[in-house]
Write a protein that binds this ligand. Sequence first.
Ligand code: GH3
Ligand code: MG
Length: 319
Amino acid sequence: MPISAPAIKPKILIVDDQPINVQALHQVFADGYQIFMATRGEQALSVCASKQPDLVLLDVEMPGMDGFEVCERLRADPLTRDIPVIFVTAHRDEASETRGLELGAVDFISKPFNPNIVRARVKTQLTLKAQADLLRSWAYLDGLTGICNRRHFDEQLKAEWERSLREKTPLSVLMLDVDFFKRYNDRYGHQEGDKCLRLVACCIQSSLKRPADMAARYGGEEFVCLLPNTDLEGAMQLAHAVGQSVMDLSIPHSDSLVAPVITISIGACAKPAELTSVVPHAAAQEPTPPSLEDLMRKADGHLYAAKVAGRNKALGGVL
Ligand code: GH3
Ligand code: MG
């Protein structure tokens, strides 16, 4: 569940293979909501992943992937599992209602529907979703800096890694570490050190421009960025920009051996769109493709190399 500022207008996705039904629901919510529409199951899944609606109104019977399957797949993907689903169906029998609820739907609405009842039910679910989002966001934030914590990063990384394998898209990570930070603490005190980490975190966060990008505190004075759909060239561009922005904060660091201000070193690693299997150590084994752990390990290796090469640098490579 990506953390975002609460939308001013809640986002609703209406899914129905009959455009006339979509239109009928659209009229009910046109005022005060941001509406997305889909007429096929596959389309509904991709809109959910990219737009992160606050609620899905889902037709059960559709050609190809039906509503039950859409619901099941939404629940299976960590990026969409918290989006509530309300089934809208013409055939409200006990068996299908039970199945829908067991698949994780929060409510059922029968067609033809009463607009006032639909509005009221949707409002209830949106209130519950907003409360749940708030609770989840607290569990996912780093206490010192207010950006995402490592736990949230690890979950998102896993989800984005799997998506990038499925959809054959690139994926990059950056590891960022404050240079000579022990000396900073020793010179200016721990409280100033904490203040510095907050400024650096905020600077890294605001350097990310795409909604799917994510910055997190990985531990101590180390940060990470997750960059879906980004190749090495894009990741290095961003790394240099973040490094420059941190320098531009102009936080005095008179004991740094690399600059008179706070700087960071960065290691990048990019998973290309298509992964090729690596040669195994033991000749008898099947070749195994590199893993998510390899991606992080390599980014860490490039960070280490950037430190050795003098700090205040970004180095990277492909997986
Ligand atoms: P390098 O350039 O090689 O990264 O050197 P460094 O001094 O930054 O790295 P080192 O790992 O030796 O020291 C990291 C320091 O960061 C030590 C630790 O006290 C400090 N630190 C870690 N977490 C926090 C924190 O939450 N607040 C403060 N103020 N300091 C922290
Ligand atoms: Mg450091």
